[in-house]
Design a protein around this ligand. Sequence first.
Ligand code: ZN
Length: 440
Amino acid sequence: MCEDNGSGFAAIPDLATGEEAVTADRRTLLKVAGAGGAGLVFSSALGAAPATAAPFNRKRCYVLVIDGCRPDEIGGGLMPNTKRLRDSGMNFPRARSLPIMETIPNHVMMMTGMRPDKTGVPANSIYDRNAKVVRDMDRPSDLRADTIISQINRSGRTTATVLSKDYLYGIFGTRATRRWEPAPLIPITNHAPDVFTIEAAKKMVTTHDPEFMFVNLGDVDRVGHADLTGTTLQLARRAALVNTDVQLKSFIDLLKQTSRWQNTMVIVLADHSMDWSLPHNVISLTDKLEADPELSQKVQIAQNGGADLLYWTGPAELRQTAVDRMIRIARAQPGVLSAHDRLKERPTLRLGGHAGDVVVYCKSGWRFSDPSVVSNPIPGNHGHPATASIPFFIAGGWQGLPRGSSSSIAHTQDVAPTVSKFFGLQAPTGSKTWDGRHRI
Ligand SMILES: [Zn+2]
């Protein structure tokens, strides 16, 4: 576990006062209450060196994830600053999220460069066969691959995570040299608003000046989960895009005003996009599977919005027969796009054992709701192929960056190799090499 000894902070004027060590459930934190940073809480790795004024000719990289943003929204007139940034760098208009098109697995793919059969993290929600419970993959031990964060740490550089969602803070745990504790968290969504997240990111730069920082902005996704068939909520989504655009600009402005920009690379992307289902377009597989005498009481479902993961819990020798029945039943339901035998399609799905036995996707405009039709009342949705298209661009003042637009299909898993190439690190070898490729 981490604990900041605080010894280096006396040299930082706005941290010289107001320090208070606080202990939360699973974290030991340093409360930072400097001017302009009221309520900001950073935690640090054990033995982390005091912040020093890094030379401005040192390279810096920032990965900024606009959670749940669709690529068309950046060019749609509500995000002029983000569009300008995109047009100044290298854009990948055909970029895609990878299965399952959910938040946690795609953030993990960004930070590892690997698919879920290597990371151990295929979805937000899985059925944990050991604990016999459906749960989120939000524990540091769930992530079983090396991250670019750790690789950069080992190179002697400093890293930071500023993650707006509690479960992302959970899975990335104490890997970064400096971490922001997301706050204030909005009840139900468990995310911090972008205005606080960007404030924390800027504070992280001005106090700790990490050479690599990974930021998740949650507002666009969280508003996107609402029912946009209502006028008020359409306005809320538009307002979120406008606000996130302004927040992102203020972060870039800080880099430019402090002369960091000329040696900086920023990667801006989304983890998945967003689809909206009509109120009656709901698929619930639980009762259909329970109605089958061979499957009843022997199947668990981990619902991931646009994807249902089905787990056979009966005798191993009956598994294939059961999988075939599950697939047949799923495919017969209105709104189901496809159902896959995970083991047979292992080379393409690349999901690993935590994803269960059968992967079922819904069509665009639909959603899963399990175990019952009222379990998932949220029309805004992702996880299915309709939500694979994402914004992905690279910008910055560093002269070595490519400029223009590429017809290549970039993926979330390309982030780690791109960051590694930027810093001149060695690619991993052995059984856990990257599945992604660098884009610079
Ligand atoms: Zn997300």
